[in-house]
Design a protein around this ligand. Structure first.
Ligand code: GDP
Length: 357
């Protein structure tokens, strides 16, 4: 499953945020294939289209697309050389598809800051430096190995060249994702951290959430990466309320969308994902796929047999279906298409697959 690792210095609010995420676990029970692990939290991607689909099909339940978050114990200065949690920590984030870095913006003097003062810019720099050092360490070992493998012709010279180029970028103090021309593909297997997509989560005081100038200043520290602003304490309260009360509390802080919903939505975007939809009397459901995936690949997300035995897909766009008001009417209007193996999926396609078993 696609996962986003949560990192950040100690005492920035990671656990508080993560507890809010794991209270969502009840929802994970809807996904029989998802193993529920203590350090994995799931947020549903908010998707108003599901309720509309369920209305048309009389579906008993709605299953939004899940976005998973993995909690990884705190990074500290020196993490890359084995201080704190060191290498075990780094091995864990290497597997993640993206990284969400929690940054402290709240001022509470009762909560100690590891470096003595609340300073988002300096915290960002500490983490950045550790991630760069960790990647350099990975590369040092890899380059030694690649040099031998090029000599024995076990790998293409391009692999070694890419690793050397990566070293150069990191040596200059820049993360790999900041080098627009750098292509990670030949050394993807290394799971280099600074090449992953990043989301920044600023954990700020409730009052700051309504202060646009303050938020803009924080966003500028990480641009062009996406920044999310939330109050982790508030999020953990919201999750305990029923939807109406939660909406009211949220509105009282000047926000329209909870931090967890923002995190799911922006996480989804950052990973370059989209959803297609299936609907019937039992459930209306959103399925996660990458952009540019073909119909058989999309079918494989439901079951590998659907992909292997793929014959065709019956597809109507969500908008056409809603406008028609029913599947029968959409068909009568010629809006339901039969697509084959080459079809490239669109976000919001409502699909029924035909396959051989
Ligand atoms: P972690 O070490 O990053 O996991 O941080 P924790 O989630 O354990 O938070 C450290 C301390 O800060 C705890 O006492 C939290 O209650 C407190 N804390 C977390 N988020 C906030 C916040 O948004 N505002 C305030 N005032 N305190 C917070």
């Amino acid at each position: 499953a696609l996962t986003i690792a949560i990192v950040g210095l100690p005492n920035v609010g990671k656990s508080t945020l993560f507890n809010a995420l794991t209270k969502n676990q009840v929802l994970a029970a809807n996904y029989p294939f998802a193993t529920i692990e203590p350090n994995v939290g799931v947020v549903n991607l908010p998707d108003p289209r599901l309720a509309a689909l369920a209305g048309i099909h009389g579906s008993e339940r709605l299953l939004p697309a899940p976005v998973s978050f993995v909690d990884i114990a705190g990074i500290v200065k020196g993490a890359s050389v084995g201080e704190g949690l060191g290498n075990k920590f780094l091995a864990n984030i290497r597997e993640a598809d993206a990284i969400a870095q929690v940054v402290r913006g709240f001022s509470d003097p009762d909560v100690v800051h590891v470096d003595g003062k609340v300073d988002a810019a300096s915290d960002l720099e500490t983490i950045n430096t550790e991630l760069i050092l960790a990647d350099l360490q990975t590369l040092e070992k890899a380059v030694a190995r690649y040099e031998k493998e090029v000599k024995t012709k076990r790998i293409e010279p391009a692999v070694l060249a890419t690793a050397l180029e990566a070293q150069k970028i990191l040596d200059s103090g820049a993360p790999l994702s900041s080098a627009p021309k750098f292509d990670i593909e030949p050394i993807k297997e290394l799971g280099l951290l600074t090449a992953k997509p990043f989301i920044y989560v600023f954990n700020v005081d409730e009052g700051v959430l309504g202060d646009q100038a303050a938020l803009d200043a924080l966003a500028a520290l990480v641009a062009p990466a996406q920044a999310i602003f939330l109050d982790a304490k508030l999020e953990s309260e919201l999750i305990d309320l029923d939807p109406e009360d939660a909406a009211e509390l949220l509105a009282s802080t000047g926000q329209e969308e909870s931090g967890l919903d923002q995190l799911a939505r922006i996480g989804f975007d950052t990973l370059g994902l989209q959803t297609y939809l299936t609907a019937g009397p039992k459930e209306s459901r959103a399925w996660t796929i990458g952009k540019g995936w073909t119909a058989p690949q999309a079918a494989g997300v439901i079951h590998t047999d659907f992909q292997k035995g793929f014959i065709k897909a019956e597809i109507v766009s969500f908008d056409d279906l809603i406008e028609a008001g029913s599947m029968a009417e959409a068909k009568a209007r010629g809006k339901v298409r039969i697509e084959g193996k080459e079809y490239v999926m669109h976000d919001g396609d409502v699909v029924e697959f035909r396959f051989n078993v």
